[in-house]
Ligand binder design. Structure first.
Ligand SMILES: N[C@@H](CCC(=O)N[C@@H](CS)C(=O)NCC(=O)O)C(=O)O
Length: 213
């Protein structure tokens, strides 16, 4: 059964987390409206935004009465709700869904929160979060160790789940591109994987949708 979107609105542009949501919507061919809110701007204190996310974080998705935060949850919600036989971003088979959740958790915790976000906070925003050179050095090393070990699992590619592109590829490419911007070396299998996926038309459209005017 095809589920029709009610009134999809995305709050947030301009970051590695916000592009995930734009990209998933575009892959699924869903029309939506964007509130072009940028991180760390006065708009974050706007009562209209605080009413959708009192934690003052982007991205946020509104789908009718549903308000959802956390980019990985949003991508997975959109995939679960709006995938069709032609455009599917989450597998139906239980074993593949387990792999999807495994990758999602790995990307969000080991690559994003534990590695890249540490660098963002302490190298990118030391005036807010303080200098922490030892933590940053460890984050570099940790990212390197995690991504190299994960590269061994890419053998069945071209995508993380094998033959089919899915929501976890959106999440993975967003962190690999983030790492690339920080000058972190990627193992060859992930270089090739990222280069092939950023060639998708939907990625170019998502990049455009996520870019501040
Ligand atoms: N785990 C969250 C992280 C959201 C997040 O930290 N967003 C950043 C922009 S990428 C933000 O809104 N930062 C504002 C702040 O920390 O004050 C997700 O993946 O959605």
């Amino acid at each position: 059964m095809t589920v029709k979107p009610k009134d999809l609105v995305v709050w947030g542009i301009g970051t590695s987390r916000t592009i995930r949501v734009h990209w998933a919507l575009i892959e699924l061919g869903l029309p939506y409206r964007t509130v072009p809110l940028l991180t760390r701007t006065a708009g974050m204190d706007d009562p209209a935004f605080l009413s959708v996310n009192p934690r003052k974080k982007i991205p946020v998705l509104q789908d009718g009465d549903l308000i959802l935060t956390e980019s990985a949850a949003i991508v997975t919600y959109l995939a679960e709700r709006y995938s069709t036989d032609e455009r599917r971003l989450v597998p139906e088979c239980m074993e593949q869904r387990a792999r999807y959740m495994e990758w999602l958790s790995f990307i969000c915790t080991e690559l994003d929160a534990t590695s890249l976000y540490v660098l963002r906070r302490h190298e990118g925003l030391p005036e807010v979060y303080g200098d922490a050179p030892k933590a940053c050095e460890a984050a570099h090393e940790y990212f390197h160790r995690m991504i190299n070990a994960a590269a061994m699992r890419l053998e069945d590619g071209p995508y993380l789940l094998g033959e089919n592109f899915s929501g976890v590829d959106i999440l993975m490419v967003s962190v690999l591109t983030w790492a690339h911007r920080y000058g972190l070396p990627l193992p060859a299998p992930f270089e090739g994987y990222r280069t092939a996926i950023v060639d998708r038309a939907a990625y170019a459209m998502a990049k455009e949708a996520n870019t501040p005017r």
